[in-house]
Ligand binder design. Structure first.
Ligand code: ZN
Length: 505
């Protein structure tokens, strides 16, 4: 279960701990150009090709703020319930590193863009076996959201002579980020997981971040400490960096919470340090201790004026925000009677939620729409590597199939065959069903003819049925289905068969 079971110290005292977790997320804003220059932010560009005197930190080059980045950051701050400061200040964060040619990073320090936010998250507990239970809405605080530029990337492996040399790619240098710092409000790895998943969703819905964790456009660091349950004082915290998947985040937190408990129970002290998650070992290891940590010597950026935002403009941005995932989630559960698991899945991206709503509306059957999208459609997309927005089966197509099943025109089994064929060819359901000859046979006269033939060929089984062996009915159903290549309407077939078998005429 999620909460710690009790622990007994060697001395005999019984102790129960709770973890205290805070999260820092760096999200790359989806602008075409960098935060302070006109260079492209394109991820796939050849190394060091997206650079200029500003993002290379050459002497005399001056930064110019990208207003689209400000627009996106304000959207994010408002969506996370932050108050947006009408005046925020860019500051220099000074440190030396080969991927930071200026010797400082432009960030925001004591006057960030947004502060004091709160998000509501549908969060649960992880039961044994991994199933999530007891989901309910919980509030988590956002301390601040500030804008900053990204650093470049050092490369220590995968290139020639990396045993003796390191490489640097400055394409990412100056790319716009928001850093979103939470309050230390999470009491389990599951809460942290649910929050980060929803945070990513929120940015996707706003269209301000692509959420791509593999390419580093959504990155997460976690602060973790433990304390005896009931204590108010925070324990010594450990920072875990570079958790580049949701699963790693959860595993690293679980490992770290357990590690800290063992240290404390054995009478040890937690060291304040930065640790990294090693996926192959399944453990965290110490990277550096805080004693060697940097003093960043922040001071206001002299080359940029304070960022002043018009209050009316902030309200305009607020009013332009789309429906947020948490609101949509609650609406889906209420309006379409979806379970929380299903609603979470169907709101996971704006595209999936739009597809679902269109299909539910066109078919008049939200339950069937949800089942198709989470079942056959998800499987087909995964196998073919398509995104739902490029899906060859449109909501119109799928809704038409659902309506045909609901009206008894085709069986569920035939609908699945037709679905595969529409997915392959992109043709209209009518065309596919006609071409495959898979319209369900519901017409009693033609079914009766088939049944008569089969009964005549199987007198022994007919006699068995009439002497009370009801199970023989299944045999006849099977024979008719075989003859009609699975196209007989099962309901009508059953009725007709029973009537014919019973009547001894
Ligand atoms: Zn540049």
């Amino acid at each position: 279960m999620v909460r710690s079971a009790g622990y007994t110290r060697p001395g005999g005292a019984f102790m129960e701990f709770e973890p205290v977790i805070g999260l820092e997320v760096h999200a790359q804003l989806l602008t075409r150009s960098k935060l302070f220059c006109g260079c492209s932010t394109w991820f796939g560009a050849p190394p060091n090709s997206n650079t200029c005197p500003v993002c290379l930190g050459l002497p005399g080059a001056l930064p110019v703020l990208n207003h689209e980045a400000v627009n996106m950051a304000v959207k994010a701050a408002l969506a996370l319930g932050c108050s947006v400061n009408p005046i925020s200040i860019f500051a220099r964060k000074n440190y030396f590193y080969p991927d930071l040619p200026k010797g400082y990073q432009i960030s925001q320090f004591d006057r960030p863009l947004g502060e004091r936010g709160c998000v509501k998250v549908l969060s649960g507990e992880r039961a044994d076996g991994g199933k999530i239970i007891n989901r309910r809405e919980k509030g988590f605080g956002i301390t601040r959201l500030h804008m900053e530029e990204d650093a470049g990337k050092s490369i220590h492996e995968g290139l020639p002579q990396t045993d003796t040399k390191s490489y640097v790619n400055l394409n990412r240098s100056g790319v716009p980020l928001v850093e979103i710092v939470s309050e230390p409000d999470f009491r389990s790895s599951q809460e942290a997981y649910d929050y980060v998943v929803q945070l990513r969703k929120t940015l996707l819905y706003l269209g301000v971040c692509d959420g791509n964790m593999e390419e580093g456009s959504f990155r997460c660091d976690a602060n973790v400490s433990i304390r005896p349950i009931g204590a108010t004082k925070l324990g010594t915290k450990v920072e875990i960096k570079n958790l580049n998947s949701f699963r790693f985040l959860q595993k690293a937190l679980d490992y770290e919470i357990e590690r800290q408990k063992q240290v404390v129970l054995q009478g040890g002290q937690i060291r304040q340090e930065t640790r990294l998650w090693d996926e192959s070992e399944g453990k965290t290891f110490a990277m550096r201790s805080k004693e060697e940590a940097h003093d960043y010597r922040y001071f206001p950026e002299p080359d940029l004026p304070p960022l002043k935002l018009d209050l009316n403009w902030i309200e305009e941005v607020r009013n332009s925000l789309p429906e947020m995932p948490q609101v949509k989630l609650q609406r889906f559960m209420a309006e379409y009677a979806l379970k929380d698991d299903d609603a979470l899945l169907l709101t996971s991206t704006p595209a999936i939620s739009e597809y679902f709503e269109a299909c539910a509306r066109l078919s008049g059957n939200p339950r069937a729409s949800a089942n198709w999208i989470m079942g056959d459609l998800a499987y087909a997309l995964k196998s073919s590597g398509h995104e739902i927005q490029d899906c060859p089966v449109t909501p119109n197509h799928l809704a038409a199939l659902i309506r045909k099943v609901d009206s008894g025109e085709i069986s569920g089994k035939i609908a699945k065959m037709a679905f595969e064929e529409i997915y392959r060819s992109g043709e209209e359901p009518e065309v596919v069903i006609k071409r495959l000859g898979i319209v369900q046979v519901s017409d009693e006269a033609s079914l009766a003819a088939v049944i008569d033939r089969i009964m005549a060929a199987n007198p022994k089984q007919v006699a068995e049925f009439r002497s009370g062996k009801d199970r023989v009915l299944g045999y006849f159903v099977g024979q008719v289905m075989k003859e009609t290549k699975g196209q007989a309407n099962p309901g009508i077939l059953n009725d007709l068969l029973k009537r014919k078998l019973v009547s001894s005429s």
